[in-house]
Design a protein around this ligand. Sequence first.
Ligand SMILES: *[C@@H]1O[C@H](CO)[C@@H](O)[C@H](O)[C@H]1NC(C)=O
Length: 392
Amino acid sequence: MAKLVIFFLFKLFLLCSLPRSNAVYNILNYGAKADGQTDSAQPLLKAWAAACHSSSPATIHVPAGSFLLSQAIFNGPCKNTEIKFSIEGTIISPSYYGKLGDSREWIAFNNVEGVTIRGGNLDGRGGALWTCKFDGRSCPTGAISLTFSNSKNIMIDGVTSINSELFHIAIVGCQGVRIQGVYILASGNSPNTDGIHVQMSTGVSIVRANIKTGDDCISVGPGTSHLWIERVFCGPGHGISIGSLGKLGDGLQVKGVQNVTAKSVMFADTQNGFRIKTWGTNARGYVKGVAFANAMMRNVQNPIIIDQNYCPGNQNCPGQNSGIEISRVNYKNIRGTSATKVAVNFDCSPSNPCNGIRLKDIKLTYQNRQAWSYCKHAYGIATGFVIPTSCL
Ligand SMILES: *[C@@H]1O[C@H](CO)[C@@H](O)[C@H](O)[C@H]1NC(C)=O
């Protein structure tokens, strides 16, 4: 009892002696205007500098309204490990895509720790750039709407991203990232507008995301480990994709992907469901320890697919023989409809067959008819009911 009392007194002492004042930096006080025309780059960067140099928790507030932003790169390291952006309004990118050009980043954080982004709309206004790309004119690459690189303990909560020029959100070289309640929206035929891209990162979780876009809903690049994906709606889009790994020109050694879980996912009218994709090149690496579970597919072209022979245009992929080893991939409780005859497709590498594939409780049909499985260099087991019949 005495111990308990002392413990509480101690806590009280901590609370009283270390008041964690939460300073609020409203960007209007730094010259921002909610008129959709005045560039808020300087106001945002000034508010950031103030928050970054302070050692008590800071909130950067973007009130309601429309804020034009040319580009903002928020660099650390900061003294502060508790910086929150609370966004009520919409941040819009320059209307002319040439402004961001090949810069690849619109809003980016580099080398920061303990940053939260809560709420708000990010409007990348990518439409004109997509049209340029469709027309085959010479166009700039464009910019990812929101990037975190080399950062730690990041939270992206309740953010809406629409019409990004390139990816909507990219997480690169980070540790401990939680992305929750995000809404991502771009046209189903917009090029390279991946919803969330994760690469060279560990301990990333993506929960409760609603993603409608033109490329992968979630794409997983090299060097990703301990990734958790749960309760995602995907469609239109290209599904949840590990890869492509071993891209021609990316070197002979690829950082591996391991321990990826994706569960409770709904795919509607997507190109793929769960996909693992490697180039048909001799780059070496691995994908191991993947769990895909509890998914509903509606009219999905390739509900379950491993493609180790990716070689766009069939150009210069030496030997068409992937050096990426794929092992321990679990598919469990996946149901629904395939938009093509082959619902389960394991097209693995002759020199590195897929090993330890497990299928359990699968039911995929093709227009109320029987669907098919295709296996090439793929080994593993099927248990429970598996429709279409496993070819492992
Ligand atoms: C796999 O990753 C999850 C987080 O997604 C983590 O909780 C778990 O401990 C990891 N498992 C292993 C074996 O590292």
